[in-house]
Design a protein around this ligand. Structure first.
Ligand code: HEC
Ligand code: HEC
Length: 278
């Protein structure tokens, strides 16, 4: 009888403890989530993990900044751009194609491929289109290092796989391009006035700014080759020290830039750079 009683009491205690814990859990989880969004200073920190993982993440950051010149990525790149030419501040910029939180969206559905793709495959697509180059080997050093870096930039972001598009929680705010009929002539005036100092009148770029059209730019399969994406990116990214373009100005400029020729996208290019001059 005594054994039976103490068993009942024991069970009761376990039940009470588990009720207490399940009630407390949500508030704890919430605290962590808040930390993920509020603690941006921590996300900016470059204190990478110890050991091999830290080394690989650091390599990823280097490749994102030196994509067109680094010996590991140069053979995969067909233009003069680096990932950080568009993913400003190596993806730390909160709005201009930010890498912060991106890994939490993958695997994601990609309408472009009509398939569910991984983060590594998404990275490969930017090599193919925005870098006008070829895909790094999935699981290879380049792909893993960049994926590790982007995943590190996403730590503590709750996983929310994206069923609609391969985009993370801080993706570009899209401007309503339907609101205005793009005026290319107005775009040219603005470009000459505000952009030629760094990108030059012929769009070929200089030491102060990469090419925006022509042989050494991104190809016509890249996101920025679409006026809506380009305008939305310009609005939060250019000119670098003074991002004050109105919606209309960003759209006119995007239409002007994209009215110029750029390399063609070859979906099956896996063999190396398209640009023979590199
Ligand atoms: C010419 C500009 C450009 C270059 C260069 C570029 N990208 Fe992108 N990338 C974009 C744009 C634009 C997007 C879409 C961003 C958006 O809509 O929020 C994007 C999206 C991405 C995404 C998905 C982001 C998300 O929110 O899910 C990843 C990952 C990515 N790029 C990685 C890279 C890597 C790695 C490189 C260098 C090898 C690179 N990109 C080079 C313009 C570029
Ligand atoms: C002070 C120099 C400077 C000015 C002025 C400037 N840019 Fe840029 N631009 C840059 C730099 C530098 C980058 C690459 C980002 C980085 O390295 O941080 C860039 C990147 C770009 C890119 C994406 C990469 C590429 O080459 O395609 C586009 C598009 C662009 N700028 C358009 C413009 C437009 C349009 C204007 C005028 C409204 C403008 N920029 C004004 C320096 C400048």
């Amino acid at each position: 009888m005594r054994v039976f009683l103490s068993m009942i009491i024991g069970l009761l205690i376990i039940a009470i403890i588990s009720i207490l814990f399940t009630q407390e859990l949500p508030s704890r989880v919430k605290e962590d989530v808040n930390m993920a969004t509020d603690d941006s200073a921590d996300l900016q920190s470059r204190e990478y993990p110890e050991g091999r993982l830290g080394e690989v993440i650091r390599l990823g950051e280097t490749l994102v900044k030196e994509t067109s010149i680094h010996p590991m990525t140069r053979p995969l790149v067909g233009n003069r751009l680096n990932c950080t030419s568009c993913h400003l501040d190596a993806g730390r910029h909160p709005k201009a194609a930010s890498f912060v939180g991106v890994a939490s969206a993958y695997p994601a559905y990609s309408p472009r491929e009509s398939a569910v793709i991984t983060l590594e495959e998404r990275i490969a697509n930017c090599f193919l289109r925005s870098q006008n180059g070829s895909r790094p080997v999935i699981g290879g050093q380049v792909s893993v290092a960049i994926a590790a870096y982007i995943t590190w930039m996403s730590r503590r972001t709750p996983i929310e796989m994206n069923p609609i598009a391969p985009l993370g929680p801080n993706h570009l705010d899209m401007l309503d391009v339907e609101a205005f009929e793009p005026d290319i002539v107005q775009g040219e005036t603005l470009y000459v006035d505000r952009c030629t100092d760094c990108h030059l009148a012929d769009g070929s770029g200089s030491e102060d700014g990469p090419p925006v059209w022509g042989d050494h730019s991104f190809n016509d399969g890249a996101g920025l080759s679409k006026v809506a994406k380009m305008a939305s990116w310009l609005k939060v990214a250019m000119p670098p020290d003074d991002t004050d373009l109105t919606d209309r100005e960003a759209i006119d400029l995007a239409a002007y830039i994209n009215s110029h020729p750029r390399p063609k996208f070859y979906p099956n290019n896996k063999t190396g750079p398209l640009n023979p001059s590199r």
